[in-house]
Write a protein that binds this ligand. Structure first.
Ligand code: 6PG
Length: 479
């Protein structure tokens, strides 16, 4: 064999990753695709890459030097198992199979175990950055064994994006850790996108800004604390004019958001682990609401008494910026909480600071703000929540009044801002002296004798609600 690395699956992500690999010193890249026509197209278009192309999987495997290392880049799902099996049948102990798709981390845990039992290394890795990232430098989140990381690390480092001179790749943890954090990355991506969309909607519909003015606002925001890839591309999307009509393209795009599943997984897993990722949840739900044209149409026809536009302060643009920033801090805080919970549940040793570092470049959620998260975990690795890090606590506090104004105005105007308002509710919940959870405990005890604890004594109690309403202690006091 003559190739140190192979790529299976040559759709756009696979092709671009293969070209990225081929462009780095020392790599010879073998390529294989189920239909050879696609392989031929790639090698014809990119002779400079020096690909070793194979028509059959047997030839592909024979082309790889040992330990064989192949990255699978196929649409995540059932098909992945078949491709893994094709390689596994031909690979030898010590060889490495990498899945670079957006696989469900539970599948990755299973596949890693099954292949380990056969002596093979299986590495599920998150790869973020879309088509351009794959080609020019993505952020890479590999799981799998430390042994596999030894071989794979240098290869992945060579193709990853760089942030302040460091490659955006780190060994996240064993087995499914990489795909788990990629899932959470995508959940945060959903939340970030939703928050930006809410800012746009409020400024346009309540603030009265034109699309052209909004382009400038976003460009301006992109020079400060909010600097990020998603703000940058939002300005570009808004600036785009439809070729036929000359109207802003955004006004001609059907307002029903699609999704491929990673956001839903994030929320499903968070629910299971008891982590309130409300920002991500609202983002997933907002997409779902948008994609219910029948319900929306029926409601539009029914609800005629629309609220009037409320008065907006002169500071509205900056208020919305503050609301966006604070809500974004909440969304990231919740996402990092989920990673902490996942690491505990699945026994991964995840370095949150290292993770924030590799998200600074290459990936979809790359942002200046990630540097602050790196600092926060460097100062206090076991931070209770990002919201109490001194920098973030200050940043949120300084925008808090504006945040409240914006949520109030959105409600008064009848413009949905589920991301902004749920983030504020989360903030207020964590900060509250007392929560109405006390009443909920009382209700639970009333109808189901579910018991409660007291603030003034140890132990577990039940009130005899349907009897004389006296209180009994249901467990002996621990003191
Ligand atoms: C990335 C992206 C990528 C994909 C999104 C799209 O990190 O490069 O997250 O993985 O484009 O998952 O997700 P939806 O189609 O669900 O919006």
């Amino acid at each position: 064999g003559r190739a140190n690395i192979g790529v299976v699956g040559l759709a756009v992500m696979g092709s671009n990753l293969a070209r990225n690999l081929a462009s780095r010193e020392g790599n010879t890249v073998a390529v294989y695709n189920r239909t050879y026509a696609r392989t031929e197209e790639l090698i014809t278009e990119h002779p400079e890459a020096g690909f070793l192309a194979s028509e059959s999987i047997d030839d592909f495997v024979a082309t790889l030097s040992t330990p064989r290392t192949a990255i699978i880049m196929v649409q995540a799902g059932k098909g992945t198992d078949a491709v893994i099996e094709q390689l596994a049948e031909r690979f030898e102990p010590g060889d490495i199979i990498v899945d670079g798709g957006n696989a469900n981390f539970n599948d990755t845990i299973r596949r890693e175990r099954e292949l380990r039992e056969r002596g093979l290394n299986f590495v599920g890795t998150g790869i973020s950055g879309g088509e351009e990232g794959a080609l020019k430098g993505p952020s890479i989140m590999p799981g799998g064994s430390a042994e596999a990381w030894e071989t794979l690390g240098p290869i992945l480092k060579s193709i990853a994006a760089e942030a302040e001179g460091e490659p955006c790749v780190t060994h996240v943890g064993t087995d499914g850790a990489g795909h788990f954090v990629k899932m959470v990355h995508n959940g945060i991506e959903y939340a970030d996108m939703q928050l930006i969309a809410e800012a746009y909607d409020l400024l346009r519909r309540v603030g009265g800004l034109s699309v052209e003015q909004l382009v400038d606002v976003f460009k301006d925001w992109n020079t400060g604390d909010l600097e990020s890839y998603l703000i940058e591309i939002s300005a570009e999307v808004l600036a785009q004019k439809d070729a036929e009509t000359g109207k802003p393209l955004v006004d001609l795009i059907l307002d029903e958001a699609g999704s491929k599943g990673t956001g839903v997984w994030t929320v499903q897993n968070a629910l299971g682990l008891g982590i309130p990722v409300s920002g991500i949840g609202e983002a997933v739900f907002a997409r779902a609401v948008s994609s219910k044209p029948a319900q929306r149409g029926a409601m539009r026809a029914t609800v005629t008494n629309r609220p009037k536009t409320p008065e907006v302060p002169d500071t509205f643009v900056d208020d919305v910026r503050a609301a966006l920033y604070a809500s974004k801090v909440v969304a990231y805080a919740q996402g990092f909480d989920l990673i902490v919970a996942g690491a505990k549940e699945y026994d991964w040793d995840i370095d949150l600071g290292a993770l924030a570092k590799i998200w600074r470049a290459g990936c979809i959620i790359r942002a200046r703000f990630l540097n602050r998260i790196v600092d926060a975990y460097a100062t206090k690795p076991d931070l209770e929540t990002l919201l109490v890090d001194p920098y973030f606590a200050d940043a949120v506090a300084s925008g808090e009044d504006a945040w409240r104004r914006v949520v109030g105005i959105a409600a008064a105007a009848g413009v949905p801002a589920p991301g902004f308002s749920s983030a504020l509710a989360y903030f207020d919940s964590l900060a509250a002296e007392r929560l109405p959870a006390a009443l909920i405990q009382g209700q639970r005890d009333f109808f189901g004798a579910h018991t409660y604890q007291r603030v003034d004594k140890d132990g577990t109690f039940h009130t005899l609600w349907s009897d004389d309403r006296s209180e009994i202690s249901t467990t002996p006091s621990t003191h």
